[in-house]
Design a binder for this molecule. Sequence first.
Ligand SMILES: Cc1ncc(COP(=O)(O)O)c(C=O)c1O
Length: 397
Amino acid sequence: MSDKSSKNWQEQTRLVHGGVLRSQYGETSEAIYMNSGFCYENAEVAESRFNGEAPGFVYSRYSNPNLAMLESRLAELEGAEACNVMASGMAAVFAAIMCQVKAGDRVVAGRALFSSCNYILTQILPRFGVEVILVESADDAGWQAALSKPTACVFIETPSNPILEIIDIRRVAELTHKAGGRLIVDNVFATPLLQKPLELGADIVVYSTTKHMDGQGRCLGGAVLGDAKFINEVLLPFHRHTGPALSPFNAWVMNKALETFPLRAERHFDNGEKIAEFLNAQTAKVKRVLYPGLKNHPQHTLAMSQQKRGGALVTFELEGGKESAFHFMNALELVVISNNLGDARTLIAHPATTTHASLGAEGRTEAGITDGMLRISVGIEAAEDIISDLSRALAKT
Ligand SMILES: Cc1ncc(COP(=O)(O)O)c(C=O)c1O
């Protein structure tokens, strides 16, 4: 097998050629290695693979050629030393945190979080004796106070799901390092094409590759990226023995999807900007639009200092609460009602009753999620068609 990777290529080239492991058959497109185990010519080879003296695969819960190809391609895209892929974004988030904390540790996190990340932090970690402190995104004094004591790790999502709040990655990285911890950034909303948290001082980046990386709503997947020491010595032992392994088939799908990722993403981001501008102009029915690329976003300047563009997620609030929000969703003909995001299709979700229902009314108020709020994951259709569907539904609402 040959490993094709080069640090000198441009991003788009690395996403087509990076990390290819070509077999003796010389296939152009990567083969699928749909096997759980591997065999060895003799007992000595098995021993040397297990004790790490010889390179090679031993078991697909540990690694597999398809997983290894996806990991190299993602690491090249992120500019990270190492990557470890997992069965879902949540498996990646959970492993990235759990592999490095123990009872008695402190963990600090942004309050604006995807609900499952919130669940891990507020419901699971405290059961194991880990103290968790949540801080408001823009509260610098709050970050300083929370990180004035030794802290094992910090977890942030920026822009956050669903209200698109921004956290200053450089600042939180500086405070995290002073507190002796590692900063983990969930970079799902920005994608590595818009924001590179490691360049801004973060230590670890996590993804749900289910979203824009697959981009066609087919497979679940997740990834953790960071320096080789953390990935190999801290994360891998946790991953290998707890088993959140990604299917080789899903890894193959994601690896192929990365070849067209920048092309698709450009359309997503162009459409995101157009939809945000359209909604922002509908002042009679739309109370406010939350989109980091709009000048009226309260953290627009900070957002543009760490991410290249606004992105493909647009959140907005309708006058009239849940009733108007449901009316609007039900009047749509093109835009699909779905809690997923990062699909080729434009999707709309009502976070209060779906993705963030588990927070409860009080939790949602704290997280700034209202009943009239809708989140659009803007797809790659013709922007004019998305806008006319939104416009027709608004007229009926
Ligand atoms: C910001 C964020 N992080 C993590 C996840 C979890 O990803 P997955 O559904 O692949 O487990 C999601 C899913 O919506 C998300 O929006």
